[in-house]
Write a protein that binds this ligand. Sequence first.
Ligand code: CMC
Length: 380
Amino acid sequence: MADELKRGLEGVLVAESDLSYVDGGVGKLVYRGYDIEDLARGASYEEVLYLLWHGSLPGAAELDSFAADLAAEREVNDDVIETVRALADAGERPMAALRTATSMLSAYDPDAEGDGGEATLRQGRRITAKIPTVLAAFERVRQGEEPVAPDPDLSHAGNFLYMLTGTEPDAVSEETFDMALTLHADHGLNASTFTAMVIGSTMADVYSGVTGGIGALSGPLHGGANQDVMEVLHEIDASAKDPVQWVKDRQDDGGRIPGFGHRVYKVKDPRAKILEEKLRDLAESSGDTKWLDYTTAIEEYLTDQGLVEKGIAPNVDFYSGSVYDSLGIPLDMYTPIFAMSRVGGWIAHVAEYQEDNRLIRPRARYTGPEDAEFVPIDER
Ligand code: CMC
């Protein structure tokens, strides 16, 4: 068994974790025992961060002090903003800009050395607080606007929307965005979390782990899918094509349907269910049901076709883009927003793993040649 090859590490247990549990057979997700639906509807993102980082839900006083400490770390050094400006001028993609800026943040952290445990959580709090500031600044300078300074009196979700638009969000937008942050905060050992853990297992500082996590999340098989889904919906809209016809054409080309399928879920992702409901509320209150109509038509068609029954069901990305669009968030900021939320999970997993650290170092089955005879370069 030791030599059994598991491509993509599928189903391989590599650690024990108290943080989150995904039951892909029934479509259940819990953070430290709490059902995602209860947390999404009842807890703020700050409460969820506290839960993930400190092991239990906070009391009111604990939450106040935790949220104030987080909010106090929101400002970023002017040099980082200047770098963000240069990246925007160069036309850098948002996830790549975030990756570069996150790495740079460590230069201004008075204790950026990595020794695990408390240092990981301390640095992690700073990174989590500053990522929204970096992202909002990037988006604003890209639009020819000046960055908006963070407001420590606003919530994590509300402050991001404020920095992005320059206007305090209404209660529905803030609540919806906060819910989206909670839904994306953790998800077992997904590719980006595992990337952060691998880096953390070398006892490198958590800036390195988060920077690596952002890189992993940027790919279209992981966090990039939410943008792909929205691009499809825009394409359908612009071409006035029937959504079902679009799916048929994609299938004829042998392509995949973004927002469908998951390595763990074999039924509809519980996060997709909550976001679908949110999209329905937003569509009903605005009277604009376009995205809801398209996504519903695609899901119904693929369900009728038996794809969902085969285990290729809507995942979180199928509905998140439409919700962000309804909040007026630009398309290529969707994956960075995923990073802005998932950073909480990355930090929690790195800190947890480092408590009983063992360097992560798997191996590959060697399939190259044996006994190759070396020939010096001038004789080749
Ligand atoms: N559309 C059509 N067919 C699909 C899809 C899809 N979206 N996803 C999987 N399949 C088929 C695939 O063609 C394969 O069929 P066959 O066995 O006949 O060759 C079968 O399902 C298994 O696919 P796989 O690639 O071996 O499965 P995986 O566990 O490696 O894939 C996945 C998981 C997420 C990469 C894949 O479902 C996919 O590419 N989905 C589209 C991209 C997407 O929505 N990604 C977001 C994932 S959820 C958010 C996150 O974790 O970041």
